[in-house]
Design a protein around this ligand. Structure first.
Ligand SMILES: [Fe+2]
Length: 248
């Protein structure tokens, strides 16, 4: 006779969704950075993360001098196009937009001028550094950001190789005032072993304040959909709830 109360042995449950419902870092807007090239791809990415349990997503196109000089007008127009397309496709997901600001001289110029920076939530902005070398005067930049009334998030600290032999730098970033956002894809080996090790360190030591998919393309989506990836992400995020924006 079929036993309705039979339980699966612990550890064999396979998650089908991500352990957070709000994504604060992705490149799903079409045609304005190195993320989605067009609306059909954007729709595929949005459908994919919706099926993974995401109900609110804030797209964060790059703003980098001489590469992606995305203005609020450009970003908001791309957002409107995607919102229209998702609505037409009957997708019930909230999509917003901010930016991922490279901490370079161009950023300092933007910080001192109008219009205001695009925020993830309230006064919170997403920032990144170059993978080649750390931003000079990071302490001063953080001070300037906060003096202007913003609160900075440092995107994917685990991906900066210049921190790999000195994890104490993660604590220093927090001391400067940065919230730390880890890419869940970092746990999967997507960016190499050293990045995975650093990401695990950030979760194990409760240094990760926020998480993001940093999804650029369908290959990233495919990795997120993999049950092994989902199991790993759940394992490292089980200590607490992430990405409740009411916390910030
Ligand atoms: Fe990104």
């Amino acid at each position: 006779m079929f036993n309705f109360f039979k339980r699966k042995p612990a550890g064999l449950e396979i998650p089908s969704v991500l352990p957070f419902q709000t994504d604060i870092h992705s490149h799903i807007l079409a045609g304005i950075d190195d993320g989605s090239p067009d609306i059909p791809t954007s729709l595929q990415l949005v459908k994919g993360i919706y099926d993974l349990g995401i109900r609110k997503t804030i797209a964060t196109p790059h703003v980098i001098a001489d590469m992606y000089r995305n203005t609020p007008a450009i970003i908001n127009a791309a957002l409107a196009s995607l919102q229209e397309a998702t609505k037409a496709a009957g997708m019930n997901i909230e999509i917003g937009a901010a930016a991922e600001y490279m901490l370079d001289d161009y950023f300092l110029k933007l910080l001192s001028e109008e219009p205001p920076l695009l925020t993830i939530h309230k006064n919170v902005i997403l920032t990144e550094q170059s993978y080649a070398s750390p931003s000079g005067n990071l302490n001063e930049i953080a001070f300037e950001i906060m003096k202007k009334g913003y609160r900075p998030i440092m995107a994917h600290p685990e991906r900066y190789f210049y921190y790999h032999d000195n994890y104490a730098q993660f604590g220093h970033l927090k001391d400067m005032g940065f919230l730390l956002q880890v890419n869940v894809l970092s746990l999967t080996g997507q960016y190499g072993k050293q990045v995975t090790k650093a990401a695990k360190y950030l979760f194990d030591n409760d240094l990760a304040d926020l998480v993001g998919t940093d999804m650029h393309h369908t290959r990233h989506l495919g990795i997120l959909q993999n049950p092994e990836s989902l199991a790993l992400i759940h394992k490292y995020m089980e200590k607490r709830v992430y990405n409740d924006l009411n916390d910030f």
